[in-house]
Design a protein around this ligand. Structure first.
Ligand code: GLC
Ligand code: MG
Length: 424
């Protein structure tokens, strides 16, 4: 990854459905807690990898539904497709590896003879993955028959059962574990293997991730029977794997703490942000805290006092300005006055703010430019601003810096329907 000059401090490789994303958590709180932790402490020097069974089509759908970060690497279709960066540039080399002893047509021919196999949606059928639904009761028997028949036709396949319903057929060299091993080999060849790797999963197709040498692993609390069974049979004495007490993303945070892989307190778990003094100046952390305060003020989750307003005044340069996506320009202090009047206007509403893709660069000795996407969720609407802020280092200021400029533009396709309420 071009993002990093050297080795990643931590590489998290996480499944999405029921691992990073909790479909029972309607407020997405554990995911938002993870996001704030990652953007504050890890995004600059670590790698986030999503590894999902979903095809690119269903993966993109999930991204629209849930407040997910943009990962550095996306592994889709059960380890058969690897892409890099936000642009999702495919790793063609990997697909080439998977062509060995693989023939889709033979798989389709043999599976059509087994009536218990129900083909999944067209979007989930990929060049190196063919997927079905099959009832739990017959899954083992069907798997056995299939692997015999495909073997006798000269194919070398991997059959994976997940979630007590999904059956995937892949080339033997594919799968989430093999895709991770391939990435690790690649990083090693480039001379930058991650210092630590943490794999996270909940179901059958994640099992392979836990068998990669030297990785730490967390099976989230809500892990499926098939994964727990795999663990009991294959990895019970491995101290590098835990079954978390917490569900989904909260279980991932728990594992970061358990294995001592780095900071594990999400800023979302800290109530008194304005008095939270950082050990050293971190633009990423400041931005995350700023928008948390912003969310809590609108939601009336903090007391209506002068403190947050004083905090804002202390970090905004009196001559600083903000350019709103509409093009309107205001002084930062005017923005604070408007913000002051918005206390509690989102109380009882589904209102959340999260930031993604934070990148900070030093323009000169005293000036930083910080760029990020700022997302808001307000009831059904989900606008996003591409935001750039300029700040000056000022040791005598209470937080050691002052904001001199804020510039926001709507992310294409994500303008707010009521932009007048927007301040920062
Ligand atoms: C995802 C995919 C599906 C696959 C399942 C298990 O749900 O959409 O095709 O069978 O993961 O890997
Ligand atoms: Mg899952």
């Amino acid at each position: 990854m071009e993002k990093l000059q050297g080795s990643a401090r931590l590489m998290i490789v996480s499944d999405l459905d029921h691992t990073m994303v909790d479909h029972h958590d309607t407020e997405n709180l554990s995911l938002l807690r993870f996001n704030a932790l990652w953007e504050s402490f890890y995004c600059q020097d670590s790698l986030l990898v999503f590894s999902t069974g979903r095809s690119p089509t269903l993966y993109k759908e999930l991204r629209k539904e849930k407040p997910m970060l943009t990962p550095d690497i996306t592994i889709m279709s059960v380890g058969t497709e690897i892409t890099y960066g936000e642009a999702m540039v495919p790793d063609d080399g990997w697909e080439h590896v998977l062509d060995q002893k693989w023939d889709r047509n033979v798989v389709l021919e043999e599976t059509s003879k087994i009536p218990q196999l129900k083909l999944q949606a067209e979007t989930e059928q990929r060049s190196h993955k063919i997927s079905f639904y099959v009832d739990k009761g017959v899954a083992q028997e069907v798997t056995k028959t299939l692997s015999e028949r495909l073997g006798s036709r000269g194919l070398d396949v991997k059959i994976i059962y997940s979630g007590g319903i999904d059956l995937d057929i892949l080339p033997q060299g594919a799968g989430k574990g093999q895709a991770l091993a391939y990435l690790l080999r690649k990083f090693k060849a480039e001379g930058k293997p991650p210092a630590n790797t943490l794999v996270c999963g909940d179901s059958g197709n994640d099992a392979e991730l836990f068998s990669i040498p030297d990785v730490y692993g967390v099976m989230v609390n809500n892990a499926q029977e098939e994964l727990l069974q795999w663990y009991a049979e294959n990895a019970k004495n491995n101290p590098r794997i835990i079954h978390a007490k917490e569900r989904c993303a909260a279980g991932i945070i728990e594992a970061i703490g358990h294995f001592k892989l780095g900071p594990n307190t999400s800023p979302r778990d800290v109530m008194d942000l304005s008095s939270c003094k950082l050990e050293s100046f971190s633009p990423e952390q400041e931005v995350v805290m700023f928008y948390l305060l912003y969310e809590r003020w609108h939601r009336a989750e903090i007391e209506k006092s002068e403190m947050p307003i004083q905090y804002l005044k202390s970090i905004c340069c009196p001559t600083g300005t903000a350019v709103h996506p509409s093009g309107a320009e205001r002084s930062l202090h005017e923005c604070i006055n408007i913000f002051n009047q918005c206390y509690g206007d989102k109380k009882g509403k589904q209102f959340r703010v999260w930031i993604d893709k934070v990148s900070a660069s030093q323009a000169d000795l005293n000036t930083w430019l910080v760029k990020f996407d700022k997302w808001e969720l307000c009831d059904e609407a989900r606008p996003c601003c591409v935001t750039t802020i300029k700040l000056n280092i000022k040791p005598e200021a209470p937080r050691g810096f002052v904001l001199t400029h804020v510039h926001q533009a709507w992310l294409e396709g994500y303008a707010a329907s009521n932009p007048s309420t927007w301040i920062f």
